[in-house]
Design a binder for this molecule. Structure first.
Ligand SMILES: Nc1nc2c(c(=O)[nH]1)N[C@H]1C(S)=C(S)[C@@H](COP(=O)(O)O)O[C@H]1N2
Ligand SMILES: [Mo]
Length: 324
Protein backbone atom coordinates (compact mmCIF):
# COMPACT_ATOMS: atom_id res chain seq x y z
CA UNK A 1 0.00 0.00 0.00
CA UNK A 2 1.22 3.46 -0.85
CA UNK A 3 1.72 5.52 2.27
CA UNK A 4 1.66 9.14 1.34
CA UNK A 5 2.39 12.16 3.49
CA UNK A 6 -0.66 14.34 3.90
CA UNK A 7 -0.43 18.03 3.29
CA UNK A 8 -2.17 20.45 5.62
CA UNK A 9 -4.75 21.02 2.92
CA UNK A 10 -5.61 17.33 2.64
CA UNK A 11 -5.88 17.06 6.39
CA UNK A 12 -8.38 19.87 6.38
CA UNK A 13 -10.45 18.26 3.67
CA UNK A 14 -10.59 14.90 5.36
CA UNK A 15 -11.54 16.58 8.60
CA UNK A 16 -14.40 18.36 6.90
CA UNK A 17 -15.53 15.08 5.37
CA UNK A 18 -15.46 13.48 8.79
CA UNK A 19 -17.58 16.28 10.16
CA UNK A 20 -20.13 16.00 7.35
CA UNK A 21 -20.38 12.23 7.72
CA UNK A 22 -20.84 12.65 11.42
CA UNK A 23 -23.60 15.24 11.05
CA UNK A 24 -25.35 12.97 8.51
CA UNK A 25 -25.06 9.98 10.75
CA UNK A 26 -26.42 11.98 13.61
CA UNK A 27 -29.47 12.96 11.56
CA UNK A 28 -29.98 9.29 10.72
CA UNK A 29 -29.77 8.34 14.35
CA UNK A 30 -32.25 11.04 15.29
CA UNK A 31 -34.69 9.65 12.73
CA UNK A 32 -34.30 6.25 14.28
CA UNK A 33 -32.47 4.76 11.32
CA UNK A 34 -29.35 2.86 12.23
CA UNK A 35 -26.45 4.14 10.17
CA UNK A 36 -23.67 1.88 11.38
CA UNK A 37 -20.53 1.70 9.29
CA UNK A 38 -20.81 5.16 7.79
CA UNK A 39 -17.51 6.08 9.33
CA UNK A 40 -15.78 2.88 8.30
CA UNK A 41 -13.70 4.62 5.63
CA UNK A 42 -12.02 6.72 8.31
CA UNK A 43 -10.19 3.60 9.41
CA UNK A 44 -8.14 3.59 6.22
CA UNK A 45 -5.97 6.59 6.99
CA UNK A 46 -2.24 5.85 6.80
CA UNK A 47 -1.08 5.30 10.34
CA UNK A 48 2.34 6.89 9.92
CA UNK A 49 0.82 10.25 9.10
CA UNK A 50 -1.31 10.25 12.21
CA UNK A 51 1.05 9.24 14.97
CA UNK A 52 0.43 6.70 17.65
CA UNK A 53 -3.28 7.27 18.17
CA UNK A 54 -3.87 6.41 14.53
CA UNK A 55 -3.34 2.75 15.26
CA UNK A 56 -6.65 2.95 17.01
CA UNK A 57 -8.43 4.97 14.37
CA UNK A 58 -10.02 1.87 12.92
CA UNK A 59 -11.54 1.20 16.30
CA UNK A 60 -12.54 4.85 16.60
CA UNK A 61 -14.22 4.77 13.20
CA UNK A 62 -16.04 1.51 13.77
CA UNK A 63 -17.83 2.41 16.97
CA UNK A 64 -20.84 4.24 15.53
CA UNK A 65 -23.39 2.05 17.26
CA UNK A 66 -22.36 3.32 20.66
CA UNK A 67 -23.01 7.04 20.24
CA UNK A 68 -24.42 8.55 23.42
CA UNK A 69 -26.15 11.88 22.87
CA UNK A 70 -25.74 13.48 26.24
CA UNK A 71 -26.19 16.93 24.72
CA UNK A 72 -29.79 16.46 23.61
CA UNK A 73 -30.56 17.64 20.11
CA UNK A 74 -28.05 20.45 20.13
CA UNK A 75 -26.08 21.08 16.99
CA UNK A 76 -22.47 19.98 16.98
CA UNK A 77 -19.82 22.69 17.01
CA UNK A 78 -17.76 22.65 13.81
CA UNK A 79 -14.46 20.79 13.50
CA UNK A 80 -12.83 24.12 12.69
CA UNK A 81 -13.93 25.69 15.97
CA UNK A 82 -13.27 22.62 18.14
CA UNK A 83 -9.73 22.30 16.80
CA UNK A 84 -8.95 25.97 16.14
CA UNK A 85 -10.31 27.81 19.19
CA UNK A 86 -8.63 26.25 22.19
CA UNK A 87 -7.38 26.74 25.70
CA UNK A 88 -4.09 24.89 26.15
CA UNK A 89 -1.71 27.26 27.93
CA UNK A 90 1.29 24.96 27.43
CA UNK A 91 0.95 25.91 23.75
CA UNK A 92 0.24 29.61 24.35
CA UNK A 93 -2.50 31.72 25.92
CA UNK A 94 -4.16 32.94 22.69
CA UNK A 95 -7.12 30.95 21.36
CA UNK A 96 -5.35 30.20 18.07
CA UNK A 97 -1.93 29.51 19.66
CA UNK A 98 -2.56 25.82 20.46
CA UNK A 99 -3.33 24.94 16.86
CA UNK A 100 -0.43 26.98 15.54
CA UNK A 101 2.02 25.48 18.05
CA UNK A 102 0.52 21.97 17.95
CA UNK A 103 3.63 20.42 16.39
CA UNK A 104 5.70 21.35 19.47
CA UNK A 105 3.82 18.69 21.43
CA UNK A 106 5.44 15.32 20.74
CA UNK A 107 3.02 12.49 21.55
CA UNK A 108 5.13 9.56 20.44
CA UNK A 109 6.32 7.74 22.44
CA UNK A 110 3.87 8.39 25.28
CA UNK A 111 3.48 6.77 28.65
CA UNK A 112 1.39 7.38 31.74
CA UNK A 113 2.78 7.02 35.25
CA UNK A 114 0.29 5.58 37.73
CA UNK A 115 1.09 6.18 41.40
CA UNK A 116 -0.27 6.28 44.91
CA UNK A 117 -2.92 4.24 46.70
CA UNK A 118 -3.49 1.41 44.24
CA UNK A 119 -2.55 -2.20 43.61
CA UNK A 120 -0.97 -1.68 40.19
CA UNK A 121 1.25 1.40 40.17
CA UNK A 122 3.81 1.71 37.38
CA UNK A 123 4.62 3.31 34.08
CA UNK A 124 2.34 2.21 31.27
CA UNK A 125 2.95 2.71 27.56
CA UNK A 126 0.04 4.41 25.80
CA UNK A 127 -0.67 1.23 23.83
CA UNK A 128 -1.13 -0.68 27.07
CA UNK A 129 -3.35 2.04 28.49
CA UNK A 130 -5.65 2.01 25.45
CA UNK A 131 -5.62 -1.60 24.26
CA UNK A 132 -8.30 -3.19 26.49
CA UNK A 133 -10.86 -0.42 25.96
CA UNK A 134 -13.68 -0.43 23.51
CA UNK A 135 -14.04 3.09 22.19
CA UNK A 136 -17.38 4.84 22.10
CA UNK A 137 -18.60 8.25 21.01
CA UNK A 138 -20.03 10.76 23.47
CA UNK A 139 -21.55 14.05 22.44
CA UNK A 140 -21.02 16.42 25.36
CA UNK A 141 -21.42 20.11 26.01
CA UNK A 142 -18.16 21.78 27.07
CA UNK A 143 -18.60 24.96 29.14
CA UNK A 144 -15.48 27.05 29.63
CA UNK A 145 -15.29 29.16 32.78
CA UNK A 146 -14.80 32.13 30.40
CA UNK A 147 -18.53 31.83 29.48
CA UNK A 148 -18.32 30.23 26.06
CA UNK A 149 -19.37 26.69 25.18
CA UNK A 150 -19.27 24.04 22.47
CA UNK A 151 -20.93 20.70 21.67
CA UNK A 152 -18.23 18.13 20.98
CA UNK A 153 -18.41 14.53 19.69
CA UNK A 154 -15.62 12.86 21.66
CA UNK A 155 -14.31 9.34 21.12
CA UNK A 156 -12.93 7.42 24.06
CA UNK A 157 -13.94 5.39 27.09
CA UNK A 158 -15.14 5.94 30.66
CA UNK A 159 -12.38 6.97 33.07
CA UNK A 160 -13.82 4.48 35.60
CA UNK A 161 -12.93 1.56 33.32
CA UNK A 162 -9.31 2.74 33.22
CA UNK A 163 -9.01 3.47 36.94
CA UNK A 164 -10.42 0.08 37.96
CA UNK A 165 -7.57 -1.64 36.14
CA UNK A 166 -5.12 -0.09 38.62
CA UNK A 167 -7.06 -1.50 41.61
CA UNK A 168 -7.48 1.65 43.71
CA UNK A 169 -7.32 1.11 47.49
CA UNK A 170 -10.19 2.24 49.69
CA UNK A 171 -7.80 4.88 51.14
CA UNK A 172 -7.80 6.60 47.72
CA UNK A 173 -10.33 9.41 48.11
CA UNK A 174 -9.17 11.56 45.18
CA UNK A 175 -7.48 11.12 41.81
CA UNK A 176 -4.84 13.64 40.71
CA UNK A 177 -3.76 14.20 37.10
CA UNK A 178 -0.75 15.92 35.57
CA UNK A 179 -0.04 17.10 32.03
CA UNK A 180 3.35 16.85 30.44
CA UNK A 181 6.17 19.16 31.51
CA UNK A 182 9.86 18.75 30.80
CA UNK A 183 11.68 21.72 32.39
CA UNK A 184 14.67 21.06 30.12
CA UNK A 185 12.50 21.14 27.03
CA UNK A 186 9.45 23.28 27.81
CA UNK A 187 6.55 23.71 25.41
CA UNK A 188 6.27 27.24 23.97
CA UNK A 189 3.77 28.39 26.63
CA UNK A 190 5.74 26.80 29.46
CA UNK A 191 8.54 29.35 29.07
CA UNK A 192 6.25 31.74 30.92
CA UNK A 193 5.02 31.31 34.49
CA UNK A 194 1.35 31.87 33.61
CA UNK A 195 0.62 28.77 35.70
CA UNK A 196 2.85 26.60 37.83
CA UNK A 197 3.82 23.74 35.54
CA UNK A 198 2.92 20.98 35.16
CA UNK A 199 -0.81 21.67 34.72
CA UNK A 200 -2.54 19.75 37.52
CA UNK A 201 -6.13 18.70 38.04
CA UNK A 202 -8.04 16.40 40.31
CA UNK A 203 -11.39 14.79 41.05
CA UNK A 204 -12.98 13.24 44.09
CA UNK A 205 -13.05 9.46 43.64
CA UNK A 206 -16.84 9.28 43.16
CA UNK A 207 -16.63 12.02 40.49
CA UNK A 208 -13.82 10.16 38.77
CA UNK A 209 -15.82 6.91 38.77
CA UNK A 210 -19.04 8.54 37.52
CA UNK A 211 -20.15 7.06 34.17
CA UNK A 212 -20.16 10.50 32.47
CA UNK A 213 -16.47 11.07 33.27
CA UNK A 214 -14.58 10.25 30.12
CA UNK A 215 -11.11 9.81 28.68
CA UNK A 216 -11.07 11.19 25.14
CA UNK A 217 -8.62 9.94 22.51
CA UNK A 218 -10.51 11.26 19.50
CA UNK A 219 -12.99 13.81 18.24
CA UNK A 220 -15.30 13.61 15.20
CA UNK A 221 -14.19 10.01 14.67
CA UNK A 222 -10.53 11.00 14.31
CA UNK A 223 -7.55 10.86 16.65
CA UNK A 224 -7.41 13.82 19.00
CA UNK A 225 -5.46 16.71 17.47
CA UNK A 226 -2.56 17.85 19.66
CA UNK A 227 -4.27 21.15 20.43
CA UNK A 228 -7.17 19.22 21.98
CA UNK A 229 -4.92 17.30 24.34
CA UNK A 230 -3.50 14.33 22.46
CA UNK A 231 -2.96 11.53 23.02
CA UNK A 232 -5.41 11.31 25.92
CA UNK A 233 -7.29 13.88 27.95
CA UNK A 234 -9.97 14.03 30.58
CA UNK A 235 -13.54 15.19 29.84
CA UNK A 236 -15.80 16.06 32.79
CA UNK A 237 -18.86 17.58 31.11
CA UNK A 238 -20.60 19.02 34.20
CA UNK A 239 -17.54 20.99 35.32
CA UNK A 240 -15.87 24.07 33.87
CA UNK A 241 -13.56 23.17 31.00
CA UNK A 242 -10.33 23.70 32.92
CA UNK A 243 -11.03 20.53 34.94
CA UNK A 244 -10.76 18.54 31.68
CA UNK A 245 -6.97 18.25 31.74
CA UNK A 246 -5.16 17.57 28.48
CA UNK A 247 -2.22 15.38 27.48
CA UNK A 248 -2.12 13.36 30.69
CA UNK A 249 1.21 11.84 31.79
CA UNK A 250 0.46 11.02 35.43
CA UNK A 251 -2.48 9.65 37.41
CA UNK A 252 -2.19 9.41 41.22
CA UNK A 253 -4.57 7.90 43.73
CA UNK A 254 -4.38 10.07 46.84
CA UNK A 255 -5.91 10.44 50.31
CA UNK A 256 -6.25 14.22 50.41
CA UNK A 257 -7.73 16.74 47.99
CA UNK A 258 -4.86 17.37 45.56
CA UNK A 259 -3.58 20.83 44.56
CA UNK A 260 -4.90 21.94 41.15
CA UNK A 261 -3.37 24.54 38.83
CA UNK A 262 -6.11 27.13 38.51
CA UNK A 263 -7.00 26.86 42.18
CA UNK A 264 -3.35 27.39 43.14
CA UNK A 265 -3.08 30.42 40.87
CA UNK A 266 -6.35 32.12 41.96
CA UNK A 267 -8.14 30.27 44.77
CA UNK A 268 -10.91 32.85 45.16
CA UNK A 269 -11.77 32.56 41.46
CA UNK A 270 -11.38 28.83 40.75
CA UNK A 271 -12.52 26.26 43.28
CA UNK A 272 -11.56 22.60 43.40
CA UNK A 273 -15.08 21.49 42.43
CA UNK A 274 -15.82 24.05 39.71
CA UNK A 275 -19.16 22.52 38.83
CA UNK A 276 -20.91 24.62 36.20
CA UNK A 277 -23.26 26.80 38.23
CA UNK A 278 -25.19 29.79 36.85
CA UNK A 279 -25.81 31.00 40.42
CA UNK A 280 -22.18 31.32 41.48
CA UNK A 281 -20.56 34.20 39.70
CA UNK A 282 -16.91 34.43 38.89
CA UNK A 283 -15.59 37.43 40.87
CA UNK A 284 -15.08 39.25 37.55
CA UNK A 285 -18.14 38.15 35.52
CA UNK A 286 -21.53 36.44 35.69
CA UNK A 287 -21.83 32.73 34.94
CA UNK A 288 -25.58 32.94 34.30
CA UNK A 289 -25.20 32.97 30.52
CA UNK A 290 -22.79 31.69 27.91
CA UNK A 291 -22.01 32.07 24.23
CA UNK A 292 -22.22 28.87 22.24
CA UNK A 293 -19.37 29.13 19.72
CA UNK A 294 -20.95 29.61 16.29
CA UNK A 295 -24.04 31.34 17.67
CA UNK A 296 -24.68 35.03 18.06
CA UNK A 297 -27.08 35.31 20.99
CA UNK A 298 -26.14 34.18 24.46
CA UNK A 299 -28.00 31.31 26.06
CA UNK A 300 -28.73 30.46 29.67
CA UNK A 301 -26.15 28.39 31.48
CA UNK A 302 -27.68 25.27 33.01
CA UNK A 303 -26.85 23.92 36.49
CA UNK A 304 -24.15 21.26 36.14
CA UNK A 305 -24.03 22.24 32.45
CA UNK A 306 -27.30 20.37 31.86
CA UNK A 307 -26.18 17.15 33.57
CA UNK A 308 -27.88 17.80 36.93
CA UNK A 309 -30.09 14.73 36.67
CA UNK A 310 -27.02 12.50 36.41
CA UNK A 311 -24.65 14.21 38.86
CA UNK A 312 -26.46 16.47 41.36
CA UNK A 313 -26.66 13.60 43.87
CA UNK A 314 -22.85 13.57 44.12
CA UNK A 315 -23.10 16.89 45.97
CA UNK A 316 -26.05 16.26 48.25
CA UNK A 317 -25.70 18.16 51.49
CA UNK A 318 -22.83 20.31 50.19
CA UNK A 319 -23.11 24.08 50.12
CA UNK A 320 -22.28 24.74 46.47
CA UNK A 321 -21.75 28.46 47.12
CA UNK A 322 -18.97 27.52 49.49
CA UNK A 323 -17.64 24.49 47.61
CA UNK A 324 -17.62 26.28 44.24
N1 LIG B 1 -3.01 20.71 30.21
C1 LIG B 1 -4.00 21.59 30.01
N2 LIG B 1 -5.27 21.15 29.99
C2 LIG B 1 -6.29 22.01 29.77
C3 LIG B 1 -6.04 23.40 29.60
C4 LIG B 1 -4.68 23.84 29.63
O1 LIG B 1 -4.36 25.03 29.49
N3 LIG B 1 -3.69 22.90 29.82
N4 LIG B 1 -7.10 24.28 29.41
C5 LIG B 1 -8.41 23.85 29.93
C6 LIG B 1 -9.49 24.71 29.54
S1 LIG B 1 -9.57 26.22 30.31
C7 LIG B 1 -10.49 24.32 28.68
S2 LIG B 1 -11.86 25.30 28.40
C8 LIG B 1 -10.39 23.04 27.93
C9 LIG B 1 -10.50 23.32 26.45
O2 LIG B 1 -10.50 22.11 25.72
P1 LIG B 1 -10.55 22.18 24.13
O3 LIG B 1 -9.48 23.13 23.67
O4 LIG B 1 -10.34 20.78 23.65
O5 LIG B 1 -11.93 22.69 23.77
O6 LIG B 1 -9.16 22.36 28.19
C10 LIG B 1 -8.73 22.40 29.54
N5 LIG B 1 -7.57 21.54 29.71
MO1 LIG C 1 -11.72 26.97 30.01
Amino acid sequence: MLIKRRTAHELRESAVTAERLFQQRRRFLKNGVYAGGMLATLGMLPATAWGLAARFVEQIGSAPNTVAMDAGDEELTSWEAITGYNNFYELGTGKSDPKRNAAALVTEPWSVRVAGECGKPGTYALEDILRPHKFEERVYRLRCVEAWSMVIPWVGFPLADLLRRFEPHSAAKYVAFESLYDPKNPLPGQRFPVLRWPYREGLRMDEAMHPLTFIAVGVYGKPLPNQNGAPLRLVVPWKYGFKSIKSIVKISFVREQPPTSWNMSAPHEYGFYSNVNPKVRHPRWSQARERRIGEFFKRKTLPFNGYAKQVASLYQGMDLQKHF
